[in-house]
Design a binder for this molecule. Structure first.
Ligand code: E4P
Length: 217
């Protein structure tokens, strides 16, 4: 499973990138607002750092506007994936932009039917939002499994990009189901390294080591 980082914070991306953990980046209008940066400036910095797809989101509501904004965002760098919402207008924009040869990430997906339409419209990525479904007591991971099954049934090549990831558990569950990509906030990727037994085991080893009075270097 590829790891995308869901943030517009350049320092956090740089740190994970140095560890080989970044296959791509996703941003959205809320993340750009949180960064306090200019969208084109910060997206360019991210694209200079990361070779993989960097999703930049359109904000127009009509297909024509999304296409225009997509063309503008695409000027930032070759590895831009144009993000459009899963609305009927978004699907129209997706079809046009993918026909033109651009990578398109169709976002705000909350049902298998929406994912099916995005695949038919040629989306490069479909972004089902797990956490926001979980917030409503709907199992977001079930949606990932349903989309996986449907795409595999018909050989759709649209990549499932598990989004709105809120916990380390979401990452392993998405990987077990076979999501192609998961996009997570940096803190969640860090949390994947944690285990209480690792901490406990390390503590015991260090206490025993102290008793030996030895030094390695
Ligand atoms: C994905 O591309 C979105 O930017 C993101 O995963 C949304 O996550 P949220 O529901 O935590 O805002």
């Amino acid at each position: 499973m590829k790891f995308f980082v869901d943030t517009a914070e350049i320092d956090a991306i740089r740190e994970l990138h140095a560890l080989g953990m970044v296959d791509g980046v996703t941003t959205n209008p809320s993340l750009i607002a949180k960064s306090g940066r200019d969208i084109k400036e910060v997206t360019k910095e991210i694209c200079d750092l990361v070779d993989g797809p960097v999703s930049a989101e359109t904000v127009a509501l009509d297909a024509e506007g999304m296409i225009k904004e997509g063309h503008e965002l695409k000027k930032i760098a070759d590895n831009i994936a144009i993000k459009v919402p899963l609305t009927w207008e978004g699907l129209k924009a997706c079809k046009t932009l993918t026909d033109e040869g651009h990578m398109v990430n169709v976002t705000l997906c909350f049902s298998a039917n929406q994912a099916l339409l995005a695949a038919k419209a040629g989306a490069t990525f479909i972004s089902p939002f797990i956490g926001r479904l979980d917030d409503l007591n709907i199992d977001g991971m079930e949606l990932i499994a349903d989309i996986r099954e449907i795409y595999d049934n018909y050989g759709f090549t649209t990549q499932i990009l598990a989004a709105s990831i809120r916990s380390a558990n979401h990452m392993s569950e998405a990987a077990k189901i076979g999501a192609d990509v998961a996009t997570a906030p940096p803190a969640v990727i860090h949390a994947m390294a944690n285990h209480v037994l690792t901490d406990k085991g390390l503590d015991a080893f260090l206490k025993d080591w102290e008793k030996t009075g030895q030094k390695i270097v």
